[in-house]
Design a protein around this ligand. Structure first.
Ligand code: ZN
Length: 231
């Protein structure tokens, strides 16, 4: 992807979870010429190693600034990622699985929007995907579209003329297309972690739905996953 000079020196806020999708999204924002400000929300997720992965990725991509903000959603619970509920295996996951975190992407995008407005950034990136995904309602195109509308009625900047854009560059890509895009942009997937329930040493469990999607992506792209290849 060529740098679009039009975005030069324009700031963007990128939600960075530590997983492969947000790492790819960060690389897309960089390739489009944005000055990248990465935001990681420590919402009390079970996978603490995810936060380390986010720090590694932010450092590797040389973002302008990386903020890790603590908003502990364990106070509410209601998800296998934030509560004492077992993470289902890929086979057990059906419908909207137990790993859904109530209104998570609304919470995350709201915080990213707040930082963006404070920074003078009009572009917010999120790595949601509605093809190879777990069926979470807040990963769908209609959610992204409606949040963008909200951003432009909810903010001083939005009502005074400059429009916010919510970018979801992976929205309609398959997992293997995401892998290929990331590889072409130099994403080091060895730094990322997608697992919902990693082992104590931070390695992926290999049986949750997120591990399964990641494995499918790499195998369909015909590329080894550097994370699981690592000894
Ligand atoms: Zn896993």
């Amino acid at each position: 992807m060529k740098k679009r000079q039009t975005n030069k020196e324009q700031k963007a806020v990128i939600l960075l979870s530590g997983g492969m999708d947000s790492a790819t999204t960060l690389a897309v924002a960089g390739a489009e010429g944005f000055e990248c400000h990465a935001l990681t929300i420590d919402y009390g997720q079970r996978a603490r190693a995810e936060l380390k992965a986010a720090r590694r990725t932010a450092a590797a991509r040389k973002v302008k600034r990386h903020v890790v903000l603590k908003v502990d959603l364990r106070a509410f619970g209601g998800s296998a990622l934030t509560d004492n509920i077992e993470v289902p295996s890929a086979e057990e996951s059906s419908g909207i699985p137990a790993t859904y975190v109530p209104a998570r992407n609304t919470v995350l995008l709201s915080l990213a929007l707040s930082w963006a407005e404070a920074l003078g950034a009009y572009d917010v990136f999120i790595g949601v995907n509605a093809i190879d995904y777990s069926g979470y309602p807040d990963c769908r195109p209609e959610f992204v579209m409606e949040f963008e509308k909200l951003a432009n009625v909810a903010t001083r900047e939005g009502v005074s003329g400059r429009k916010f854009r919510i970018h979801a560059p992976l929205l309609r890509l398959t997992k293997s297309e995401i892998v290929r895009l990331g590889v072409s942009l130099g994403v080091d997937y060895a730094l990322t972690l997608s697992c919902y329930n990693p082992k104590l040493d931070g390695r992926p469990c290999g049986r949750c739905a997120s591990c399964a999607l990641r494995e499918k992506g790499f195998s369909e792209a015909g590329t080894d996953d550097p994370l699981t290849k690592r000894k």
